[in-house]
Design a protein. Sequence first.
Length: 343
Amino acid sequence: MAQQRWRRRRSAGEGDASLEDAGTTVDPGDDVDPVPDPDPDLDSDLDSDLESGLESGLESEPAPDPAPAGFEEQVDEDADGDAVGDEEDADTDDDEDAPQRPAPRGFLGSRQWTFLLLLQAAHAKQAVLTALAVGGVAALADRPARETGIVLLTVLVGQTILGWHNDIVDRARDDAHGTPGKPVADGRLDAGAVWYAIVVAALILVPLSITTGITAGGIYLISLCIGLLGNVVLRTGFFSWVTWAASYAMLPAYVSYGGWGGQAVGEPPETAITILAALLGIGVHFMRAVWGLVADHEDGWTYLPLKLGLKLGATRLLALSTFYTFVIVALLAYFGYRDGLTR
């Protein structure tokens, strides 16, 4: 109430100041009606009327429309987004060169996309070439078409498992070196999804391998286990070629001992074929190692392909490894044609 009276008095004072500023003078002799003293009763009536008017105005004023649903949350998100954006802008110079990688996808997230990523992580070229080679050997050994098909499919599944396992083991190294075409390392494919695929493939592989005989199936499964072991041990030192030679040396036995049915038992392979298959595995090892010599050297590996690569150069090592592999394949064809696969 006192504040309202102060405003009225101040308004009156400002009015007088404006008259003086306008240059209007009042002669004391002029007849000017004296300003009557304010009536205290009138003041109290005005104050009470003003108070009641303010109260009624507040009550009658319509409430503002409520904000639409989610508006406050959106404002908060925008504020948080601006804050995060400011922080990101501040760190742009530091992170502009960092590779942007998509979030990992689970096995059940996008099935078609995951299937393509699993295919990329399976080392498909090596798997297909090895399966065709072993299947071709089975066909040249006069195995029936159904047995040849089983052999080809078994080796294809086994090589796929080897490729998946290799990408899981090497995911930290591939990530550190920025190796292209590695969906597990760059985060496009979750390692758990690959392990799930390996388990499913193994459950398919066991009955598939023994379809042509328990002996033959057992030999191939041992060969696969040696390959998996090679992904973990001996690979960084001088004897990295041992697991490759051992696993490839068992492939002729898998074909020669095979038949149709779990009880089928064939004949042991020719010794020359077994030795040449082991040498073929060493050649494949060298050819695959050439593409990772730089990264392996940075990691301090000391295996035989790296030692030769440092002396000969990567290009010469690749040419020599390729020539060596073709020579072994030619010798396999010659001895296989001359002596056959089995003794």
